[in-house]
Design a protein around this ligand. Sequence first.
Ligand SMILES: Nc1ncnc2c1ncn2[C@@H]1O[C@H](COP(=O)(O)OP(=O)(O)OP(=O)(O)O)[C@@H](O)[C@H]1O
Ligand SMILES: [Mg+2]
Length: 211
Amino acid sequence: MSDRKKSLITYINPNSLIAEQYRTIRANIQFSSVEKKFRSIAVTSPGFGEGKSTTVSNLAISMAQQGEKILLIDADVRNPTIHTAFNLNNDVGLTNVLIGTSSVNDAVYQTEIGRLGVLTSGPTPPNPAELIGSEAMRNLIKKALADYDLVLFDCPSVLEAADTKILANECDGVILVVSSGKTDKEKALEANRVLTMARATLLGVILNDKK
Ligand SMILES: Nc1ncnc2c1ncn2[C@@H]1O[C@H](COP(=O)(O)OP(=O)(O)OP(=O)(O)O)[C@@H](O)[C@H]1O
Ligand SMILES: [Mg+2]
């Protein structure tokens, strides 16, 4: 299987065991939402390559397959990959919306997967943390929440990028992806501490296994 097919397994093979596992995670998020509705969720991890983008893409697909109107946003503007996974052009995206050269509606791609919209990162700016932490970002989240049931962010590593802490704080909840065999325990605990200090609400930890 190509990398693209592998990474969007929930779309390519909705009957697979892996897709079923994403549905379980989806259900767990929905159960946590009983008291308070979590409508904006940031997905991050302690380090690099632990499965953030794969996890958030499959969760977005799984939720869209259930009929919800979902917006997936690539907020990893230094190292964006969502456009590659979904085979989309990345000339215009989040960063253009934030600097005001495009509207959200013009920049979002409506996919063929239910009502899943994807906002790719757009060009990498010189000041990612500043842009992600801007008033424009808060406005974008507000606008997105008016149009979508749920907004999911693919974020950079929380220990490597200041912008993740800002976004985690802006979102209703955060999901931490850790990689079995790769993430060390200290790093996972440190990520938890950093998120707590940023006053983010940790919804849960997903243990990703690439085997
Ligand atoms: N559960 C999995 N099964 C198989 N392959 C996986 C799994 N999770 C991730 N991968 C693969 O591992 C690589 C890294 O995954 P991914 O891009 O999702 O991580 P990331 O945390 O977003 O990385 P980065 O820190 O670079 O943004 C990709 O090639 C992806 O296809
Ligand atoms: Mg990634």
